[in-house]
Design a protein around this ligand. Structure first.
Ligand code: PAF
Length: 273
């Protein structure tokens, strides 16, 4: 694996996995997926200041550089790109706006977060010119926004969604999990239980009620939202929405946790029937 500091050292046409480091088995699964698609797999590590709405969260973001290099190397990355801030944001960078989907759910809790995400992803795409780019379904709202960005401005880049990787108890892997104690990790599985309960409900109301009930019974977990949305546009789903997804966010000991799960289309009165 070659480590480079500038995209100028990389040829166009790779499969790309952008990250902010603090790599874990979830990232490794994205790299392995990329490896199956291309001989030229570029991963970037850039902690993007624009997507942190407060400086404390940016400061607390975990840094594990040695482990990151090991994980990238062992999972099929051929080129690890560690850009400097001056490469990503030269003086005249114009910030992008994520639009209405960027202002709800995670965007309402983290003002400006998704503007920062679409801005950095555009910069990374402009500099690298990949053929394909892989993003995890764990950050589903981010995935939808990036698919929309590609539809608008990067039609030549195929956006590939990769499934969420979970711990054995169901907790979705995230770089932020480093900040959870062993007992927090157990508590956090409430999110997975709530999503599973929602998945097979026959109506949106039943699914929402199941999630609220399960989350409210878990001491220590502070629920922010539990909803069923339309996967294509992030609007609140109705019983006739064909592609429904349950989404949950909440706080555990000061750590924000998010997760989501596709609803079982054969369970309810979806448009498929
Ligand atoms: O999901 C992430 O790690 C980040 O939001 C991304 C896509 C690398 C942009 O900084």
């Amino acid at each position: 694996m070659k480590i480079v500091n500038s995209a100028a050292e990389l040829a166009d046409g790779c499969t790309f996995v952008p990250t902010m480091g603090a790599l874990h088995a979830g990232h490794a699964s994205l790299f392995k997926l990329a490896k199956g698609k291309s001989e030229f797999v570029v991963a970037s590590i850039f902690v993007n200041p624009l997507q942190f709405e407060n400086s404390k969260d940016l400061e607390l973001y975990p840094h594990t550089p040695d482990r990151d290099i090991e994980i990238a190397r062992d999972s099929g990355v051929t080129h690890l790109w560690l850009p400097q801030i001056s490469e990503i944001y030269p003086d005249k960078t114009v910030n992008k706006v994520a639009g209405p989907i960027g202002e709800i759910f995670e965007g309402a809790n983290r003002i400006g977060h998704f503007d920062g995400v679409v801005t950095v992803v555009s910069r990374l795409f402009d500099l690298l010119q990949p053929t394909q780019a892989i993003f995890g379904e764990k950050d589903f709202q981010q995935l939808v926004l990036i698919k929309n960005l590609a539809k608008e401005s990067y039609k030549h880049i195929e956006i590939i969604a990769a499934p969420t990787i979970r711990e054995s108890g169901g907790l979705a892997l995230s770089s932020r999990n480093i900040r959870l104690s062993a007992s927090d990790r157990k508590t956090a599985t409430v999110i997975y239980s709530a999503l599973l309960a929602a998945k097979d409900c026959k109506t949106i109301n039943a699914a929402r009620t199941a999630m609220l009930q399960i989350c409210s019974q878990q001491p220590g977990f502070i629920l922010d939202y539990a909803e069923i949305i339309d996967e294509d546009n992030f609007k609140i789903a109705t019983d006739s929405t064909s592609k429904q997804r349950a989404i949950i966010a909440g706080w555990l000991n000061g750590v924000r946790l998010i997760d989501n799960m596709q609803m079982n289309p054969s369970a309810g009165n979806t448009g498929a029937q």
